[in-house]
Design a protein around this ligand. Structure first.
Ligand SMILES: C[S@@+](CC[C@H](N)C(=O)[O-])C[C@H]1O[C@@H](n2cnc3c(N)ncnc32)[C@H](O)[C@@H]1O
Length: 246
């Protein structure tokens, strides 16, 4: 049994707590991930604190094909390409804007295809055709969604892309905790975002029949998925499809 705390110890603990507010730093020690990220390994971005989780969740799905919906500055793309390099897989990034120029070495760039399209439009026939041309089944082991962060769009993405998720695949979402328009990073820094009215997390809750407090760190098992949620940096949620019998 732990000995009772003395008054001096209690005061010391309180003093330490206020002098050293909770903060952590995210690092990316894996050499392939570090190489793929380059300067993005340290540059502040709303994805920064989730790059390690994105890499790990993707690798754990033993990917052949990785899909990224929402590309913009391609920060997340780099973590996905690192996973692709380790797993010998391919990454397809989709965006309605032209995001086709990627400043990366051939080691990673050769694994990347960019498709300019609305992500819902690409989920149907175009995706099936894309896979058939490569001799792949029309499914992906890892799908990362980071588009408009609205409820309607996320609902549509779940409807059209869940059928494309491999039996033990993982679907990951950024922006599942956008709060009231401010987000806090792991290191304690606060930045301005926007209030999406719980759009992304609400659509996932409805799909899986659950209600969560997305400002907390949690894991859950719901409707055949293992759910892992990190609340910092606008939130990152991974839905890993559990195999038959789960
Ligand atoms: C938040 S940014 C993506 C950031 C990126 N994942 C990164 O880490 O740098 C969102 C992107 O989603 C794209 N987007 C929005 N709606 C879309 C849709 N319906 N289909 C495809 N892309 C969409 C936008 O053009 C924008 O480039």
């Amino acid at each position: 049994m732990q000995p009772a705390m003395s008054e001096v110890e209690k005061k010391l603990r309180e003093a330490l707590r206020s002098a050293r507010p909770a903060r952590w730093l995210a690092s990316t020690p894996h050499p392939v991930l570090a190489e793929a990220l380059g300067r993005w390994a340290d540059a502040p971005s709303d994805m920064h604190d989730h790059l390690g989780a994105l890499f790990a969740e993707t690798l754990a799905a033993r990917p052949r094909l990785i899909i990224e919906l929402g590309t913009r500055g391609a920060v997340s793309t780099r973590a996905l390409l690192a996973a692709a390099e380790v797993a010998d897989a391919e990454v397809v990034s989709v965006d309605i804007q032209d995001c086709s120029s990627l400043d990366m070495s051939e080691r990673f760039a050769r694994r990347w295809r960019f498709v300019r399209s609305d992500d819902i439009a690409f989920a149907g026939e175009p995706f099936a055709l894309f896979c058939a041309e490569r001799g792949l089944p029309p499914q992906a082991e890892a799908i990362f969604i980071d588009t408009s962060h609205t409820y309607e769009q996320t609902r549509a993405e779940l409807e059209h892309w869940l059928p494309r998720l491999a039996p033990e695949g993982v679907m990951m979402f950024h922006d599942t905790n956008m709060g009231d328009g401010w987000f806090r990073r792991l290191d304690g820094a606060v930045s301005r975002g926007w209030d999406n009215q719980r759009g992304v997390i609400r659509a996932i809750e409805e799909r899986l029949g659950r209600r969560w407090d997305e400002s907390t760190y949690f894991v859950d098992v719901a409707d055949g998925f293992l759910v892992r949620h990190a609340p910092w940096s606008s939130g990152f949620t991974a839905l890993r499809r559990l195999g038959p019998g789960a």
